[in-house]
Design a protein around this ligand. Structure first.
Ligand SMILES: [Zn+2]
Length: 276
């Protein structure tokens, strides 16, 4: 008898804890963050296998989610335009070239939308392969091709420096030059920013307020951190510069992916630690 009661009680406690932890946010907006989608690299924290990405898109399609663009979020918040019944935002950071070679065909196949926070200085042009290894980041022409239908762009600094290490003047200049480079390359972007290294001055409210001022000066109206929680809807306007994203770890199983998508991954990981 005890073999049934103990696991059953454990499961009930787990579900109660999950509900208490994420229940109020269940009707929120999940915003997923990916980096690399690759059929050649080994999956890791930042690299999701292309075959696994296909499974992710199959799953959200089957579950009735509708992927949305940055502009859908803006229109919802600022013009009251309704979101689809089960909205989901896919974001990718940095602008890796595999977003063009591996992700884009999948986006077309599943008719999904994605939003890329592009590092302006890493975008490659034939005469300028950028500061990182050749071929690692998208070419400007590739970036422009995919934003004709399935992709929109947001800002993600000039060279992926951590703003924690920059002065306010340097942050201001970084914002200016990153927008300028995208303008010069003809890559359109929305007034949305993702903090590089997910650093958003949580422990320094004074500098945080100053950085918010710089973002606003540059026209940024929304900014994303990574919090592994859903964003409660309607969007709390006081949180528009610290919106949450759910990290999609390439090492996750499909079960962990589903937990992450629902905003449960933190509690799943905490329970795993306790049970070890
Ligand atoms: Zn990044």
């Amino acid at each position: 008898m005890v073999y049934i009661i103990v696991p059953a009680a454990f499961l009930v406690i787990c579900f109660i804890l999950m509900y208490l932890y994420a229940g109020p946010f269940m009707k929120g907006l999940p915003v997923l963050v990916y980096h690399k989608i690759s059929s050649t690299k080994k999956p890791d924290f930042l690299t999701v296998a292309t075959s696994r990405m296909r499974e992710h898109l199959e799953y959200i399609t089957k579950k009735g989610y509708t992927t949305i663009f940055f502009t859908d979020l803006i229109d919802y918040v600022e013009k009251g335009k309704p979101l689809p019944k089960k909205p989901l935002m896919i974001t990718l950071d940095d602008g890796f070239r595999d977003n063009y070679t591996d992700l884009y065909p999948l986006l077309k196949e599943f008719n999904c939308k994605a939003n890329i926070f592009i590092v302006a200085g890493f975008v490659q042009t034939p005469g300028n392969l950028g500061p990182r290894a050749e071929g690692e980041f998208m070419l400007a022409e590739e970036a422009k091709t995919i934003c004709k239908d399935h992709v929109q762009y947001g800002l993600h600094t000039m060279y992926h420096k951590n703003y924690h290490e920059l002065s306010l003047e340097e942050i201001d200049e970084d914002m200016r030059v990153s927008k300028q480079r995208l303008d010069e390359l003809g890559i359109p972007y929305q007034p949305i920013f993702a903090y590089s290294w997910a650093y958003y001055f949580k422990d320094n409210p004074v500098k945080q307020a100053e950085v918010f001022g710089i973002l606003k000066k540059h026209g940024v109206r929304y900014a994303f951190k990574v919090g592994d929680r859903l964003n409660p809807l309607p969007i709390n306007l006081s949180k528009r510069l610290v919106l949450n994203r759910l990290h999609m770890n390439g090492s996750y199983s499909m079960w962990q992916y589903k937990m992450a998508l629902m905003g449960f991954i933190r509690i799943v990981q905490r329970l795993k630690k306790i049970l070890k």
